[in-house]
Design a protein around this ligand. Sequence first.
Ligand code: SAH
Length: 393
Amino acid sequence: MHKLILKPGREKSLKRRHPWVFSGAVAKVQGKPDAGETVEVHSATGEFLALAAFSPQSQIVARIWDWGKRAIDGAFFRERIAQAVGQRRSLLDGADTDAMRLLHGESDGLPGVVADRYADTLVLQLTSAGADAWRDVIAEALVEASGAARVWERSDAEVRELEGLAPASGPLRGPREPARIVVREHGLKFEVDLERGHKTGFYLDQRDNRLRVRRLARGRDVLDGFCYTGGFALNAQAGGARSVMAVDSSAEALALARANAELNGLSGVDWVGGDVFQMLRHLRDGRRQFDLITLDPPKFAPTAAHVARAARAYKDINLLAFKLLRPGGSLVTFSCSGGVSIDLFQKIIAGAALDAGVNAQIVERLGAAPDHPVALNFPEGDYLKGLVCRVAQ
Ligand code: SAH
């Protein structure tokens, strides 16, 4: 088998079982592995470290499949996939939910592989050369483990470019239609657009945080910034909010949000197209006030290189949100930026409260739902952080 030989001392992260090999750590490649092919990773002294998938075009030149010497074959994928799906079997018992993440990449021991279940349809997203090479085996194993009837592929994430992979989307198993399916989440219905929805169609990681907002909303005037297809806004109305205003810049997302409102017989949300940064200023200038504000922006800092600009953006929207809150009001604020740690996020929010001239407390810390586990050896998996802050009376 082809081998990657590391530079002296560069085996340290692998010894801690971090599943990535960076190109700068590699002294030489023995043989001529193809993209996605399995290679052995060895230390400079010749010690076997792991079996990995080779990604010659990426800065992450190899991603670990296994720490032992075993065959990386159909049986390997069937085993890992059966395990991940099995662990989730009872996770949503009694939750009146039929949409969940089944495979969460590195944290489920399958770098570059994400699979989400939307009712009877699985959506597969492959973002590394290794994952791409095993597409059919992975799809088969998923069908076998989950009993789902249909598999769609949504391998159109930008990160594929870094791996030298072209986008690939569309049906893999089963029919193309319907391209929109209705899922249930804690009793509410949401339409998921398999073809054009963000990520694999829906932000499953926010499931339990949406329920949290439902429970905070009774009698309150609510603003949902970056509402996408209405997740927080519809939960707020379902929870008995007095009024709900929801803002997003995507007309397509808002069209689906309106459809979702209708599906649930929740007609009270004021859906507003526009830029949240501008809208918050406009609301401030108009002296509008709210009791509960959610801010769930897109990734401002995908990597550490964007942190400074991202920090300014987070501070800006959170400062404005604090100004719009009545005394005793709550801000539920998120960052899904890999480059922004929870410590940094908390500092940014503290700075925003200070500059807004409010006293606020953290009353709760939020993260991704439990079908998005974080392997302890892969802290990068802990991307979603949220704070529930209450402004003093
Ligand atoms: N909370 C949502 C997910 C939000 S995703 C849920 O629970 O489903 C982030 C959203 O922000 C996307 O819908 C995107 O269209 C929107 N967006 C990105 N930049 C924006 C901006 N500057 N102003 C308004 N919306 C924006």
